[in-house]
Design a protein around this ligand. Structure first.
Ligand code: GAL
Length: 738
């Protein structure tokens, strides 16, 4: 049985380590020192080790060049390691290993979109692209980047399988090993500390399945600053079109045009917002493998149908997987440009080849983009050995089967984004099921076939640490309450999507919660100005729009403890500890904390509020300050728990709209929470092109001060006033806290 005593394991460990002093060991004598560090910008250094000849680096595939000005606008800091501390080894098997020292109390976060945990200290992880099943590192986006509580971040920049020993294992020649402890000492022999099943290691040791790697080190004054740097280094975060932030509904895989029309009529009749309809595999003549050509038995007039929807303000998104069927008109031309193995008997094009890219993007332009298709859902780029090509598959470019698997999702994003959208100065918001390092600038959101609500919440936090966007999409539910909880979660995420490809569910399918579900979607629509501004912060400053609590100032730890494992010869023979983490709440935009109800916390849960005063979003009531509070669905009228920081100003539409287009020019209210004077921003641009990159955007900056008589004054300053407004005029300041 687990010991009920909860303690923070770090303090006793620190004592044990202080007692340690070895004198005779030769320190890491067989390892080489990484010496060729180059400073790229404030707080960013890069170095190569081993050979990178012919290797794909993730940075080769990033959406844009580093935003050097924005990087340099962040704090300047020193290289976060001692000189010569980072060591490496290349062996005769053509594998490179790097060793990055860690302190005894250092906590490691990140390593991609992991759905089981955010903290990965003292773990062995395999960072291979895979669908999500058991964890261990394999995931849809195993981004080889970690952030340490000590103030550094390390990115392993090579598209290879990577095995990471995070503070696991002790070298015999390390000078920093903990002291030995007798596990069964006589009573009169005190030990330097408790005996530990796994003596903590003093480094991250990463082995790459290739001859070398590039290391990129980021430092910062906070973990948020390190994440900002990572995103800015990869060109800044993605900026979706405004419509991408509305409500998405993917219809059943076999739907035809008339069924889509009927479904849309239902949305209208029931007063449910919708911006994007997703068509699943049945829209094309054949799928698994695919043709990418319209199935005219279901969609007799694709151009007319797409335009009909656009006229209603609704965009179409098309599902596809990349594997090409014999019945595709591209098959013959693509054959010599594809890999040695098939997937679902379809060709696997080598999209590192310009010719292959051109073939696909020309066809996509002709059949989809030219008629107004807004984006794609790129499926099945994450399967592992069983689904995709084997490690030994070959590709005409010479890129290994392994590197191709690690980067295929990224390659697809790079190709579609660059050659179809960016080139035409049109933004997209799309989906993809696998990604990897350097992806910050891609407006592609990851989803999964896994469906555990708690894991989906964890994904919201972990994705924010590595330049990845993630949707905890709703597909169906076992009860009305579960449906409501899932729909609320997804409405307060990077993409509000119902994926009914198999279930055929609609937002109103669970009758008793229909009004509550509508209210959640409508609240998302009202928050469009706030959400759009959050994405602008992602793009220009690298601040993730949806973020893990550990990136929030004043979130000191949360229930960040270890439950000490009690020795039990059958159930726990090594007395291993259990770790508790806070991954079921997160930040959305500058100042809203979201704490959804889920699973066994379906109607009652705890929320850990960071330091400072926090307020109920709906009522403005004081909720707590730096403490754990309990919230119930009953007290919140079945709405999702949302809390707002003291002094926050939230720009919102005065009422809900059913399409994002109707948010353009719509009047605003500015909500002011708490007691402190506040500042808030509203970012505006044309909502659909890349002209913002040339400076065609404006910012309204709101300031509120309280007068001595308790009344408040709202002042607005405008940056970029020469550019057009996106949203309407501010109707008034709503003082939420009196
Ligand atoms: C799955 C995908 C689902 C749905 C389905 C259609 O692979 O994850 O979301 O698109 O394919 O066949």
């Amino acid at each position: 049985m687990v010991n009920s005593m909860i303690r923070n394991i770090l303090a006793p460990l620190a004592l044990a380590w202080m007692a340690c002093s070895f004198v005779n060991a030769a320190d890491l004598s067989d390892l080489k020192t990484v010496t060729n560090w180059q400073r790229v910008a404030n707080g960013v250094w890069r170095a190569e080790l081993g050979s990178l000849k012919g290797e794909i680096r993730y940075t080769d595939l990033s959406a844009a060049a580093p935003k050097l000005d924005a990087l340099n606008a962040l704090s300047d800091s020193c290289f976060p390691f001692e000189k010569g501390e980072i060591k490496f080894l290349t062996d005769s098997q053509n594998q490179a290993m790097v060793r990055i020292p860690t302190d005894e109390d250092e906590v490691l976060y990140g390593f991609g979109l992991q759905l089981d945990a955010i903290k990965h200290s003292r773990k062995v992880m395999t960072l291979n692209v895979d669908h999500w099943s058991k964890g261990g590192g394999r995931t849809h986006a195993p981004v080889p980047f970690y952030i340490s509580s000590k103030g550094d971040g390390v990115f392993f920049n090579t598209a290879r399988f990577l095995k990471i020993y995070n503070q696991v294992g002790n070298r015999k020649d390390s000078l920093r090993n903990p002291p030995e402890v007798d596990r069964n000492p006589p009573a009169d022999e005190p030990q330097p500390g408790p005996w530990l099943a796994q003596p903590p290691g003093d480094a991250v040791e990463a082995q790459v399945n290739g001859p070398g790697m590039e290391l990129i080190v980021f430092s910062g004054e906070s973990m948020l600053e390190i994440v900002q740097r990572y995103n800015l280094f990869h060109g800044g975060g993605a900026m979706p079109p405004l419509w991408g932030l509305g409500f998405w509904h993917r219809v059943h895989a076999t739907f035809n045009a008339d069924q889509v029309r009927e479904e849309l009529k239902d949305f209208e009749d029931r007063n449910f917002p919708i911006d994007v309809v997703g068509l699943e595999p049945g829209w094309m003549t054949q799928s698994y493998p695919c043709t990418f050509e319209w199935q005219t038995k279901r969609f007799p007039d694709p151009a007319g149908f797409t335009q009909e929807l656009l006229d209603k303000g609704i965009r179409l998104n098309l599902w596809e997987n990349p594997y090409i069927s014999k019945s595709s008109r591209m098959y013959d031309a693509m054959y010599p440009l594809s890999g040695s193995h098939l997937v679902w008997l379809g060709l696997v094009p080598d999209y590192t080849l310009p010719k292959a890219r051109k073939l696909l993007t020309d066809q996509h332009y002709e059949d989809h983009i030219s008629i107004g298709i807004s984006g794609y859902k790129i499926d099945e780029v994450d399967g592992y050995d069983f689904w995709l090509w084997p490690d030994h598959a070959t590709f005409p470019s010479g890129v290994s089967g392994e590197s191709m698997r690690q980067s295929y999702g990224l390659l697809m994003q790079n190709m579609l984004y660059t050659d179809l959208f960016k080139k035409r100065n049109v933004r997209t918001y799309s989906l993809v099921r696998a990604s990897n390092g350097s992806a910050s600038g891609y407006p592609f959101v990851i989803y999964s076939d896994a469906y555990n609500h708690k894991e989906y919440l964890t994904g919201i936090s972990t994705s924010s640490l590595c330049g990845i966007l993630w949707t905890p999409e709703a597909r169906s539910a076992g009860s009305d309450r579960e449906w409501l909880n899932r729909m609320q979660t997804v409405c307060f995420s990077a993409m509000a999507q119902l994926n009914a490809w198999s279930s055929g569910k609609k937002p109103w399918s669970y009758e008793s919660v229909t009004d509550d579900v509508r209210e959640a979607i409508q609240m998302r629509m009202r928050l469009l100005p706030y959400l759009y501004t959050a994405f602008a912060d992602y793009h220009f400053k690298g601040i993730p729009p949806v973020r893990a609590m550990i990136l929030e100032e004043g979130f000191a730890g949360g229930p960040d403890e270890i439950i000490v494992g009690k020795l039990d010869s059958e159930k726990n023979p090594y007395g291993k500890d259990r770790r508790i983490e806070t991954t079921d709440q997160y930040m959305l935009g500058a100042s809203i904390l979201v704490a959804p109800f889920y699973e066994d916390q379906a109607t009652k849960r705890q929320v850990q509020l960071p330091a400072g005063r926090w307020y109920n979003f709906y009522t403005g009531e004081f909720a707590g300050a730096g403490e754990i509070i309990t919230v119930t669905a009953e007290a919140l009228d079945d709405r999702i728990p949302l809390f707002v920081k003291d002094g926050a100003l939230i720009p919102m539409l005065t009422e809900a709209v059913n399409q994002s287009d109707r948010a353009i020019g719509h009047p605003l209210e500015i909500r002011w929470y708490g007691e402190r004077s506040g500042t808030g921003e509203l970012y505006e641009d044309d909502g659909s092109t890349f002209d913002y990159e040339r400076g065609d955007f404006r910012k309204r900056v709101f300031h509120v001060t309280r007068d001595s008589d308790g009344s408040a004054q709202l002042q607005t300053t405008i940056e970029g006033d020469e550019n057009l407004e996106m949203f309407g005029t501010v109707q008034g300041l709503k003082m939420m806290t009196r």
